[in-house]
Design a protein. Structure first.
Length: 78
């Protein structure tokens, strides 16, 4: 029933194309089909970079998980 309503809303030709696209992607959920139908209407905000100036002094590299992985291997040996 939901697909029939979407056909009325978006047009049956577009719905047929979108269902074929969803099936090719492995999607069978109605919500996924609705999302694919609405991709033309989705608008994303444009991301702009901001100069952080003096705050750059506080910039640090991202932590790694190497030490955590060592703990996991020690726990497995115990």
């Amino acid at each position: 029933m939901a697909l029939i309503r979407m056909g009325r809303e978006f047009g049956y030709a577009k719905l047929e194309t979108t269902v074929a696209q969803a099936l090719a992607l492995g999607c069978t959920d109605v919500a996924a089909i609705r999302h694919l139908l609405m991709t033309d209407e989705l608008q994303h905000a444009v991301i702009t970079t901001v100069e952080i100036g003096a705050l750059a002094a506080y910039e640090r590299p991202q932590p790694t998980m190497a030490e955590y992985n060592q703990l996991l291997s020690v726990g497995a040996q115990a």
